[in-house]
Design a protein around this ligand. Structure first.
Ligand code: LLP
Length: 447
């Protein structure tokens, strides 16, 4: 159950990064996202080591959609990872954090004119082009700037991994990329190569997320290499970069058994070498774009237990001060999480309970059926593996302010994202004069 630097101290308190989780909850309030910086850095290093061992010259690109803020950008830059951004907002965050722009990959299936212009103006490393519309738009914008856009073209390889259908992306029927096996796709490569202000460096694919089986990755790799051969044969073009996307799964709960990073890198490395040898192609530079498998297990969310309710003969609800607003994954994908009571981490788990959130929806559950020590109001619940797609998908539903985030590292805790305040919740509200009441005065008084 414990991950990263977690331990349990003599008082039975959960300790993360050398910091007592119960004290963190007291000092910063709850809900609180806690990021185990040593675990995060360790994972980033492990990724780089595994890939440089099995695929020398490869690049590991952190997928910022999993969790992005300026501190994370700094950590990833220090760990020498590249960065995948998917919007002007993510790009802005990276720029403010002074992330090296040549190591930024700009993704997205419908980037706007402004977003593409921003990417060109800041000279991001690669723009991953997703459609004919975007090819033309980018050519126009690059020509107007008298510059060259360095691009990858996104391909959907027609591989369907075994994961939740909402997070499968490599199948033929997808809103992403150019589907393999159609004439259009080869035409897109040809067009990209011929547009004077575009420089085609390589191809990209991403088959989905939270995937455990290496076979899907291997299949996608082989399919992509075969396409490289087809491009060479039909168009005489030698493509030198292949970005294989992200998607490796993590251990949310017992029974989840993701492959190690060594196994993952080895499987991709072997697939590339075999396919390239067979098809007599040079080995391209390989990139991977992990998000969840870098940051997921480094995150823990702390909550305070409030109301406890027994439905006789049915279940016991233990309600906490967060829920689907800070972790929408349970409601969206039926995700399963593990947790413990951070102040009773040594006590025997002998009660079967359901952890409920505080949003006004019956579906707002964090964990259905978990064994915990008897819970009481005021206990601190720690939910594990919440680093990915929690804060980044959090909302203000029910006007809940988004929680703060702290890093813990060698016994020190530091805020990296402030808790939102009630004032933040109405920061963008405007009351047209015809509706003026005492609203403004009230807001001022209540802060
Ligand atoms: N590259 C591309 C092009 C992607 O679309 C994604 C994720 C990644 C890389 C990173 O994938 P990862 O290594 O994190 O699996 N909200 C969902 C996951 C959506 C994933 C979107 N794309 C969830 O919470 O499970």
């Amino acid at each position: 159950m414990l991950r990263g630097t977690m331990a349990i101290d003599a008082r039975g308190h959960l300790v993360i990064g050398g910091c007592d989780a119960v004290k963190l909850a007291q000092d910063y309030g709850t809900p609180l996202y806690v990021l185990d910086e040593a675990a995060l850095r360790e994972r980033a290093r492990e990724y780089r080591q595994a890939f440089s061992r099995y695929l020398p010259g490869s690049e590991v690109i952190y997928a910022g959609k999993a969790l992005l803020n300026t501190a994370i950008c700094r950590i990833m830059a220090e760990e020498n990872l590249a960065l995948d951004v998917v919007s002007g907002g993510e790009l802005y965050t990276a720029l403010v954090a002074a992330f090296p722009t040549e190591k930024i990959y700009f993704h997205g299936n419908n980037k706007s004119r402004q977003e593409l212009a921003m990417a060109l103006d800041h000279r991001v490393g690669r723009i991953v082009v997703d459609s004919f519309y975007e090819l033309k738009l980018l050519q126009e914008l690059a020509a107007a700037r008298n510059t060259v856009a360095n691009i990858l073209v996104r391909i959907t390889p027609g591989v369907e991994p075994n994961t939740h259908s909402y997070i499968q992306t490599g199948q033929f029927d997808s809103k992403f990329g150019f589907p393999l096996g159609t004439k259009d796709t080869l035409a897109a490569i040809e067009a990209a190569d011929q547009m004077p202000n575009l420089r085609l460096w390589g191809l990209h694919c991403h088959i989905g997320s939270q995937i455990f089986g290496l076979e899907s990755f291997v299949t996608a790799t082989k399919v992509m290499v075969r396409f490289l051969a087809e491009i060479k044969e039909s168009l005489g073009l030698e493509i030198m970069e292949l970005d294989l996307g992200g998607g490796l799964g993590i251990r949310y709960h017992d029974g989840n058994e993701p492959p190690s990073l060594g196994e993952y890198a080895k499987a991709l490395g072997e697939a590339i070498c075999e396919s390239c040898t067979e098809l007599e192609l040079p080995i391209p530079k390989i990139m991977v774009e992990p998000g969840r498998s870098i940051v997921g297990e480094a995150g823990t969310t702390l909550y305070t237990v409030g109301s406890i309710k027994d439905i006789p003969g049915v279940r016991r609800y233990v309600a906490v001060d967060g829920g689907m607003a800070d972790n929408p994954r349970v409601t969206l994908y039926q995700a399963v999480y593990e947790a413990c009571l951070a102040n009773k981490a040594k006590d025997e788990p002998k009660e079967l309970v359901t952890i409920a959130g505080k949003c006004c929806e019956s579906g707002d559950m964090l964990i259905k059926d978990i064994m915990l020590p008897p819970a009481e109001p005021g206990d601190v619940l720690a939910v594990f593996a919440t680093g990915a797609y929690n804060y980044s998908m959090a909302s203000n539903y029910n006007h809940l302010p988004r929680p703060a985030m702290v890093t813990v590292y060698k016994g020190m805790s530091e805020i990296i994202v402030e808790r939102e305040s009630y004032v933040d919740l109405i920061r963008l509200d405007r009351v047209p004069p015809r509706l003026t009441t005492s609203t403004e005065t009230l807001a001022g008084k209540l802060t």
